[in-house]
Write a protein that binds this ligand. Structure first.
Ligand code: C2E
Ligand code: CA
Ligand code: CA
Length: 256
């Protein structure tokens, strides 16, 4: 039934902008799936991703989204627009799929997209083996040119120790930090500052998720965070709308 929905093109690519906090410029986008049924009803990923992870369909969906992203980047390049990097969520099953790298490369080849335009978002829970073995996998992906981002940092069992040893390019701090900061500014602020400082030393860029107000933006700027994502800038929007109203808008501001 999910496969049927996929064949009917019911899974759509939505994009949410990532904003550089230093100058407010557009630094990239995150791909987020939306299941839009024929009657127009929208189903959000939290209500189907866990199910797909359990039944294995997430692997099809992740590969499908990867291809949709490659197609989008190709369309931007063909239209003469400066492409921005796109981040794609990967599920654990996909990441450990046989010939994972090979399948990604095949798709890049098909659309002639450099891997450097794609960031793969992984979770700390993927590291069930030793960190060293995980790093071998990450090395392989980074050699191809992909960027690696550690998503949802600050939830579950995140540990600074694992983070410090993983070979990643970007750290995404969960919006939970912002909610905590609201209640207990001093403590959360200190922790965030430490994480950002450690990241800088490790040459890892920091992204904060869930920025909804300008007060929160001010706060994360002060802390030294590099990139922000959240409703303050835009909700995730469909790829067409994103191209017209966010990507092209940015282009006009830069050149005009
Ligand atoms: P995530 O990767 O942590 O994605 C960020 C979620 O936060 C998105 O929810 C986004 O819409 C939401 N968000 C962004 N800004 C704000 C904000 O300012 N305030 C609040 N309250 N929320 C904000 P979404 O799109 O519903 O996705 C939920 C989760 O589903 C994602 O969390 C990700 O784990 C998963 N997911 C989404 N698309 C895919 C996909 O294509 N493949 C896989 N494997 N997982 C996906
Ligand atoms: Ca994500
Ligand atoms: Ca996240």
């Amino acid at each position: 039934h999910a496969m049927e929905a996929m064949n009917k093109n019911e899974f759509s690519l939505f994009l949410q902008p990532k904003i550089c906090l230093q100058d407010g410029s557009l630094s990239g986008a995150e791909a987020l799936v939306r299941w839009i049924q024929l009657d127009g009803n929208i189903i959000y990923p939290n209500s189907f991703i866990p199910l797909f992870e359990a039944n294995g369909f997430c692997t099809h969906l992740d590969m499908y989204m990867f291809e949709r992203v490659c197609k989008q980047l190709r369309a931007w390049i063909d239209a003469g627009y400066d492409p921005i990097p796109i981040s794609i969520n990967q599920s654990k099953r996909t990441f450990y799929e046989k010939d994972y790298e090979g399948r990604l490369c095949e798709c890049l080849d098909k659309y002639q997209i450099p891997a450097s335009l794609i960031t793969l978002e992984i979770l700390e829970s993927f590291v069930f083996e030793k960190v060293d073995e995980m790093n071998l996998r990450l090395d392989k992906l980074r050699e191809i040119g992909f960027h690696i981002s550690l998503d949802d940092f600050g939830t579950g069992y995140s540990s600074l120790n694992t983070f410090g040893r993983l070979k990643i390019d970007e750290l995404k701090m969960d919006r939970g930090f912002l909610l905590e900061a609201k209640e207990n500014i001093g403590h959360t602020r200190l922790i965030l500052e430490e994480i950002v400082e450690l990241s800088k030393k490790l040459q890892i860029s920091t992204v904060i998720e869930g920025v909804e107000t300008s007060e929160q933006e001010q706060f994360v700027k002060e802390i030294g965070c590099d990139i922000a994502q959240g409703y303050l800038y835009s909700k995730p929007v469909d790829a067409e709308y994103f191209t017209e109203h966010i990507l092209l808008q940015e282009k006009q501001e830069k050149h005009g």
